[in-house]
Design a protein around this ligand. Structure first.
Ligand code: CP
Ligand code: NVA
Length: 300
């Protein structure tokens, strides 16, 4: 594993190795025996979009591992004024030991990896959110014991989260179903891959998708960069909400996951969110452990 650009690049074994290390790092932290595995290492964090969890968990993660993280806002970098990614990559590679980037186009992340000479981590693009899904998989395994026989249902927009969850679930042997409105499906090539490599279904019927699900997942209807489509999307996604009614279609002990931030009353009702708050905030905590594992795998 040289980079984390998207989950599709990782084998099942690589994913499980990261998750096992994440479990170990969580245990070490809880028991006060965490090692400084990245002493003196420096991570640059480029943000072209807002962030709470990704920024804080990477920064705290590097600190806990004995390293240092630099927050690099697009507004301050020359990249925001048009300096090419290929030049930025070659310059930053001479100062840093790794880069985490949150941006719009997946191509920008791939270009950083191509032109730089240090590990690149995708901290969210319009196409993928691999760090989030590693934390999700960690949380699911923690809660359910294993991935065997599990079904995850995603309700909502076929966005970066849906794309990465689809890949993460199929690679770990879970069934993946998605309920989304016409015109808001996940990436077509990824859906073809999912159909060929596992148990994948897509429908406009939310209860049908949620039937017997072990994990129910949702995300915002309008992602970062889609603020102007908000009203149009609220109309398009009416009915694609997780609520107490359709939760009855899932298994009795189904867990609910949300990458956050959440919009109560839109993609999820406040009562379902609060009933599953422990699982959702454990998932948020696991961003820290899963990313520390990724950092160790790439930078140690
Ligand atoms: N889930 C997630 O990536 O959150 P942030 O946008 O706050 O980083
Ligand atoms: N789909 C959301 C995820 C936020 C973590 C977005 O891209 O804004």
């Amino acid at each position: 594993m040289k980079h984390l650009l998207k989950l599709a690049d990782l084998s099942k074994e690589e994913i499980l190795t990261v998750l096992n290390l994440a479990d170990q790092l969580k245990y070490e932290r809880k028991n006060g025996v965490a090692g400084e595995y990245l002493k003196g290492k420096k991570l640059g964090m480029i943000f072209q979009k807002s962030s709470t969890r990704t920024r804080v968990s990477f920064e705290v993660g590097m600190y806990e591992l004995g390293g240092y993280a630099l927050f690099l806002s697009n507004r301050d970098l020359q990249i925001g004024r048009g300096e090419p990614v290929e030049d930025t990559a070659r310059v930053l590679s001479r100062y840093l030991d790794g880069i985490m980037i949150r941006t719009f186009e997946q191509k920008e992340v791939e270009d950083l990896a191509q032109y730089g000479s240090i590990p690149i981590i995708n901290g969210l693009t319009d196409y993928a959110h691999p760090c989030q899904v590693l934390a999700d998989l960690m949380t699911i395994r923690e809660c359910k014991g294993s991935f065997r026989g599990l079904k995850l249902c995603f309700v909502g927009d076929g966005n970066n989260m849906a794309n990465s969850l689809m890949v993460g679930c199929i690679k770990t042997g879970m069934k993946f179903s998605i309920a989304c409105p016409k015109g808001y499906e996940p990436d077509a090539a990824l859906m073809t891959w999912a159909k060929e490599n596992g148990d994948f279904t897509i429908t406009e019927d939310v209860s049908e998708a949620m039937r017997d699900a072990d994990v129910v997942y949702t995300d915002v209807w309008a992602s970062m960069g889609q603020e102007e489509e908000k009203e149009k999307r609220i109309k398009a996604f009416k009915g694609f909400q997780i609520n107490a009614d359709n939760m009855r279609a899932a298994k009795n002990d189904a867990m609910v996951q949300h990458c956050l931030p959440a919009h109560r009353g839109e993609e999820i009702t406040a009562d379902v969110f609060e009933a599953h708050a422990d699982e959702i905030f454990e998932e948020a905590e696991n961003r820290l452990h899963a990313q520390k594992a990724v950092l160790c795998k790439l930078m140690k």
